[in-house]
Design a binder for this molecule. Sequence first.
Ligand code: ADP
Ligand code: ADP
Ligand code: MG
Length: 610
Amino acid sequence: MARLAVVDYDSCHPDKCGGMPCIRFCPVNRGGVIAIEASRDRDGKPVIYETTCIACGICVKKCPFEAIQIFNLPDEMEKMVVHRYGVNEFKLYGLPTPVQGKIVGILGRNGIGKTTSLKILGGEIIPNLGEPDKKISYEDVLRRFRGSEIYNHFKELADKKIRVIHKIQRVELVQKYVKGYVRDVLKKVDERGVSKDLIDLLSMSSMLDKKISELSGGELQKLTIAAALSRQGDLYMFDEPSSYLDVRERLKIAISIRELVPKNVKTLVVEHDLAVLDYISDYISIVYGEPGAYGIFSKLYGVGAGINHFLQGYLPAENMLIRREPIKFLEKESFEETPAGDKKILVTWSFIRKSLGEFLLEAEEGEIYRSEVVGVLGPNAIGKTTFVRILAGELLPDEGFTSTIGMRISYKPQFITPNSIGGSEEDLVESFLKEKAPDLLKTDSWLYIDVTRRLGIHRLLQKRLGDLSGGELQKIAIAKTLGQEADLYILDEPSAHIDVEERITVAKAIRRDIENRNVAAIVVDHDLSMIDYISDRVIVFKGEPGLRGYAEKPKGLRKSMNSFLSTLGVTFRRDLKTKRPRMNKPGSYYDRLQKEIKEYYYTHPTEEIE
Ligand code: ADP
Ligand code: ADP
Ligand code: MG
């Protein structure tokens, strides 16, 4: 067994832990051999020597901040080491092999090495083969990978034979480096003469005369994707192309990438929206391991099988269990609206009208039952947030009423900052949660087990809200919302910035919360698989973004999805094994069939016909 010791130096506070018990209690140190000591290079924080450490786990337990992790990994794994950021830092094993003429999708948790792998395959980082202190060159890398499939790729990188086009994950960084108007930027990069098609396909005409500095997250995302597809390269990489986009735009970027990447190039895509990843990719590589500590890339699987293995939690080629329970879709009794019968109404609203500046929202009358999750689907700027804010009592309608006045409502807003969730930049996560939702910190509560630990919040307790990443703050906001006692839970875009595994954890926690308390939840989201997974019924928004929004009444999944997808002209079928929804290729057999019978959202699993 090989030892892997990882210290989260952000979480380590030698001044607050009571005299570094990790070092004091180390039995190896006590025996006179040093396995852990305070490091001068690290401001007195501990460094662990993997050759002498015996992985007894005592320092792991003694650290009050859960900053230390120690793993025993099989010796063979060391042959797969590709990169390590530093001593006691994140370690990457294996890489997804790019394939000429094909799109390889990458699926895995946040902090598991996906972006790192893109940087390595794109030549931005020369992998150090696990030895951060040595100067490693491409010659060493080539020697190491001789005889393996990825050798040719590194050879091309070393010989500078590949032009790499990288759509980066953090699109907001573009505003720092690129100035000017969208129209001019697109013109400049249009080496392939496709930018007109892209402007149409992605509905970008209204943003052409804006400055880059004025763009929203969604607009930046569309611009960077369009710019990448406009350029001529040999390796295309798209890191999380669906963030900030609404459900309609997601399906369109999926079609654009699929159709417009040049024919004979290599393409890599990292994506957390399963429907999008599924549609774009030919192959899938799954990254597993321990977020923040180590990541291991699986072999390439066919896209359908790969996503199914991920959902089932078992990788057959590796013989590796990556999760104990499988993720199952379609557990609901029915996709039809069940008769009201003995269901108990929790909330009702009448026909509602509300204008805000130029925008007018109208909503059909509707109701929500106890123990029900109602999903909300629709494009951006169509009034979804306005509608839930009316239900939450934050806005009063111009016409109509809701029965929510006086109810206890726990609401997670779409855009989260320390302030918007009721805290401040300076608050420590621990004190914030202790005040707002103390049950999250009680180690015997289900919330602690199913939310706090599952989402990794217990590792963030000593951080300030102002220092958290987008995904971390999202998880805190969700946990706080679910941890409060309420009659109605409203979550506006909970899946933003969090990974697939966390989305499922959140979906399960929402279900459990409302069933335990016999209340209800409304979930607005752009991840179709998540809405499918979580919702009993769905409210569909139609209209003209920015001008007019019309909310249909909640309907069963079959009717509502049909209503939503028919306006987009996109159809979905169901996977036979895992029953997850899969988007049909335009013009494919199922696409034609389903359009003919007007079933845009097949409720029955179908056999795959290629
Ligand atoms: P993903 O894209 O899967 O979310 P990344 O590849 O960005 O993950 O990061 C994997 C791990 O490596 C994370 O724990 C991250 O904190 C760490 N990491 C990323 N970049 C650096 C760096 N430059 N120095 C040290 N650690 C890093
Ligand atoms: P969604 O949640 O579907 O993205 P919103 O409900 O946030 O949409 O917004 C719908 C439209 O109303 C948008 O065009 C937005 O700019 C506009 N809007 C929202 N709040 C106000 C306001 N207070 N004053 C004027 N316009 C507003
Ligand atoms: Mg990343």
